[in-house]
Design a protein around this ligand. Structure first.
Ligand SMILES: Nc1ncnc2c1ncn2[C@@H]1O[C@H](COP(=O)(O)OP(=O)(O)O)[C@@H](O)[C@H]1O
Ligand SMILES: [Mg+2]
Length: 257
């Protein structure tokens, strides 16, 4: 199943936010969307996930979703969006509540999602008892439980400290390794983009237009080692040189407003 941004433009009142954005996310592909603050990244993700209608163009799905998927496009949120009065297990089970699954089948999906995120021993804990990183793992497990074809992630690590972010990036590399699931990964963090993406879509400042699409020259599994470090830093520097002036202008705009 492919997800296609087909000439998407959007405005809020008179504020033009996105201008003719087109790209395709193929099955199992990870596409990062980067761009200066306020350029329309979150708006674009909401449109792609079907939460909002664009003023022009459309988000399209091509091809059948995987047969075992309960929700082909599933969001992971920056603020985790957990239910504080529910245990880890109940949070992960939540999106399966209204499915016709047997208790045993539901339990198997939840167990699998908990196992893949290292949460098995924490299933009875409440969100407030967990660190930020573990809370986001619950958010990820809840997304995995519905067997998504494409994860839609909006700054999923931005609320976390740098060491936790590093660990969660390793989790993502592992979870995405078999190519069964693709992702759109919105971030302002270029390190996350070059570490995780197959392609990086660079947006201009608002109204967000595609400035460049960069295909990563190495596989994700080759990026973890020490040898890859300098290459990734160089790619990050390339991205920053594309975005820097736009970011300066975007920041001035915010300050003028
Ligand atoms: N619901 C809305 N109503 C009006 N303006 C909005 C709304 N949502 C976002 N905006 C504005 O649209 C622009 C793009 O927002 P957003 O997509 O959140 O950017 P990003 O995620 O790249 O920082 C910003 O200027 C923001 O203030
Ligand atoms: Mg945003």
């Amino acid at each position: 199943m492919d997800l296609i941004a087909n000439h998407i433009s959007h405005r809020f009142g008179t504020l033009e936010v996105l201008d003719d954005v087109s790209f395709t996310v193929g099955a199992g592909e990870v596409v990062a969307i980067v761009g200066p603050s306020g350029c329309g990244k979150s708006t674009l993700l909401s449109i792609l996930g079907g939460l909002m209608q664009p003023a022009m163009g459309m988000a399209e799905l091509r091809g059948a979703p995987p047969a075992d998927s309960f929700n082909p496009l599933t969001f992971v949120f920056q603020d985790f969006a957990l239910l504080p009065w529910c245990t880890v297990e109940s949070n992960v089970e939540f999106p399966l509540r209204h499915t016709a699954l047997s208790v045993a089948a539901r339990r198997a999906l939840v167990d699998d999602a908990l196992r893949r995120t290292g949460l098995t021993d924490f299933r009875a804990a409440y969100p407030k008892q967990l660190s930020g990183g573990m809370r986001q793992r619950v958010g990820i497990a809840r997304a995995l439980a519905v067997k998504p074809a494409i994860l839609l992630m909006d700054e999923p690590l931005s609320a976390l400290d740098s060491q936790t972010r590093e660990l969660l990036m390793e989790d993502f590399v592992r979870l995405l390794a078999d190519g069964a699931m693709g992702a759109i990964y919105v971030t302002h963090n270029l390190e996350e983009a070059v570490r995780l993406a197959d392609r990086v879509v660079v947006l201009s400042r608002r109204p967000g237009r595609i400035r460049e699409v960069i295909t990563m020259p190495m596989t994700r599994s080759d990026r973890g080692g020490a040898e890859a470090r300098s290459k990734l830093l160089a790619l990050q520097a390339d991205l920053w040189s594309l975005i820097r002036n736009e970011a300066i202008d975007a920041e001035r705009e915010v300050q003028d407003a």
